[in-house]
Write a protein that binds this ligand. Structure first.
Ligand code: MN
Length: 208
């Protein structure tokens, strides 16, 4: 098997009350687990693909045979996106970014509040399932959104946007429906209390 479901880096109830334990359990074990199982199934026996990191795999979908490109895009994307998402959240988190990232946010968006509004709007504007992202593109911060399990890493021709994601919010209903039902806006506001800004800052430093 090329890929393994990474364990959650904190207990399932660590993000309460922003994200409830049952949602975390089903989201991680079942949804993320299925993406891992299905991307492994799609590339089984193709040693050249199995040797790549999942981020490399989805960044180069042209190198994936056409007959498995769809499953690799959806499930490889799902594996990469969720592996990142768990690390961007954490217990006793929230607050505001600091350092170089905070400076870049202020100079790009005007304020941290303006960034939050922009990400919430990107999440609310995504019809159906997908993600809202903060990316570094050409050295600059941008807020973008993708459908389904597409990642900005897939590039403009595939995902409709590009860049290195440094933060993302899953707006699939499976990410919030048990606690928030149809209230995606409430979920998006609650997520801010669980963001691990040190993790986001590390990704920002690596991307710039
Ligand atoms: Mn999800």
């Amino acid at each position: 098997m090329a890929y393994v479901l990474p364990p959650l880096p904190y207990p399932k109830d660590a993000l309460e009350p922003s994200i409830d334990a049952l949602t975390m359990e089903i989201h991680h074990d079942k949804h993320h687990g299925a993406y891992v199982t299905n991307v492994n199934k799609a590339i089984a026996g193709k040693a050249d693909l199995e040797a790549k990191t999942v981020e490399h795999l989805i960044s180069n979908l042209d190198a994936v045979p056409a007959d498995i490109r769809g499953p690799v895009r959806n499930n490889g994307g799902g594996h990469a996106n969720h592996s990142m998402f768990w690390k961007l959240l954490g217990p006793k988190a929230g607050g505001a970014p600091t350092g170089a990232l905070a400076g870049a946010i202020t100079s790009t968006f005007g304020s941290f509040d303006a960034l939050k509004e922009k990400i919430e709007a990107a999440g609310m504007g995504r019809f159906g399932s997908g993600w809202a992202w903060l990316v570094v593109n050409g050295g600059k911060l941008e807020v973008v959104s993708t459908a389904n399990q597409d990642s900005p890493l897939m590039g403009k021709a595939v995902a409709g946007c590009e860049g290195t994601p440094i933060f993302g919010v899953d707006v699939w209903e499976h990410a919030y429906y048990l606690k928030y039902q149809n209230r995606r806006a409430d979920y998006l506001k609650a997520v801010w209390h669980a963001v691990n800004w040190d993790a986001v800052a590390s990704l920002y430093a690596a991307a710039t």
